[in-house]
Design a protein around this ligand. Structure first.
Ligand code: ZN
Length: 352
């Protein structure tokens, strides 16, 4: 099902490209600017089963994107400058902002060198438990379980199911089923408990994942000193905020910021909501981010920035540079705003 959706989106992007429709849509939907959302940047891996592939792009695709933006005369600015332009309503030049979620080590090893080639600033949103080495990247743990297992037994909605995981296709189907179930569980603790149980049963050591993938505090210090880098907050535990009490949301926001500020000795003024879709960040979270002093906060809702975005600085949409659509021909479509218009039903959406 997921594959089918990807195929349709890819066909849609292709159609926009080949018909040139994105050029017609540009004046209406291109907006003032774009915040790009990235996660991992690293060389392509060979495995057939890569259920989290949408969360990574190659250094070459990043380079192609930057070079496309430069060739169109689009300013690549840091998030403080973006905030400034929105507040001052300075839309004399189109701009793009680059943001990376979670604080992966490959952002330093593969993204930073490419960003330097273009003198392009970027923001990395750090989940403080990930930097601490104690965080739970449960979607990676789940990938490791399914990659390793031939068969997975789980209790889904009170029904014991046995999922085949002998082929790459079967693994993808098993992953989708388990991922959907886990995202639907009522609390963060439920997700952690179930994923931990799967890890124990299948001999996966989930304790080493955040340490293996994420920048530690010691590594973040010199990284944050780079003039191109801004560090933002991404909660303590990378939980779905919409499922937490108001007190916990405020705690996740303020304590993650305090920990980053203490470790890196600089103010943290920008925030990204984990998961960031409608089910993870809505009006209450937008208000709390503002009340807790963040200048901006970004969602994962697709969209470009418009003049109206200045009134919704803690509910900013982004454009995903998605690993499943790494085709240079799509870049003019993405920057035209036609792709996000397609996804949002041709509404110039902002905060709901
Ligand atoms: Zn995240």
């Amino acid at each position: 099902m997921k594959q089918l959706r990807h195929t349709i989106i890819r066909a849609g992007l292709g159609a926009l490209y080949f018909t040139g429709a994105h050029r017609l849509l540009r004046p209406v939907f291109a907006g003032a600017g774009t915040i790009f959302m990235l996660h991992h940047v690293r060389p392509r891996r060979g495995n057939a089963f890569q259920p989290n592939h949408h969360l990574e792009i190659t250094p070459d695709f990043l380079r192609a994107t930057l070079s496309h933006l430069r060739s169109r005369g689009i300013d690549i600015i840091n998030i403080d400058e973006m905030h400034q332009r929105l507040v001052l309503r300075d839309f004399s030049r189109r701009f793009a902002c680059f943001t990376f979620d979670d604080g992966y080590r490959d952002n330093r090893d593969f993204a930073l060198p490419v960003m330097r080639e273009f003198d392009a600033p970027f923001t990395v949103y750090v989940a403080s438990d990930f930097a601490e080495g104690t965080g739970r990247l449960w979607w990676v743990a789940l990938e490791m379980v399914v990659a390793k297992a031939d068969r997975i037994e789980a209790d889904i909605g009170g029904v014991a199911v046995r999922l085949d995981a002998t082929t790459a296709a079967a693994k993808q189907a098993a992953f989708d089923r388990l991922h959907g179930w886990l995202r639907g569980l009522p609390g963060e603790q439920d997700v952690r408990r179930e994923v931990s149980a799967l890890c124990v049963r299948h001999g996966v050591d989930e304790d080493v994942i955040s340490h293996d993938l994420c920048l530690s505090w010691n590594e973040l210090q010199p990284f944050a000193d780079d003039p191109l880098v801004t560090i933002g907050a991404h909660t303590i535990s990378h939980c779905n905020l919409a499922k937490q009490s108001e007190a916990i949301v405020a705690h996740e926001m303020t304590i993650s910021r305090a920990r980053i500020e203490a470790a890196l000795q600089r103010p943290v003024l920008h925030f990204a909501y984990p998961y960031g879709d409608r089910n993870a960040a809505a009006a209450r979270e937008f208000a709390l981010a503002r009340a807790n002093g963040f200048k901006t906060a970004v969602t994962t809702r697709p969209g470009m920035l418009f003049a109206e975005s200045a009134a919704h600085l803690t509910a900013l949409p982004r454009v995903s540079l998605n690993g499943n659509y790494q085709d240079q021909r799509y870049l003019p479509v993405l920057t035209s705003g036609a792709a996000t218009a397609l996804w949002t039903g041709f509404r110039r959406t902002h905060a709901a």
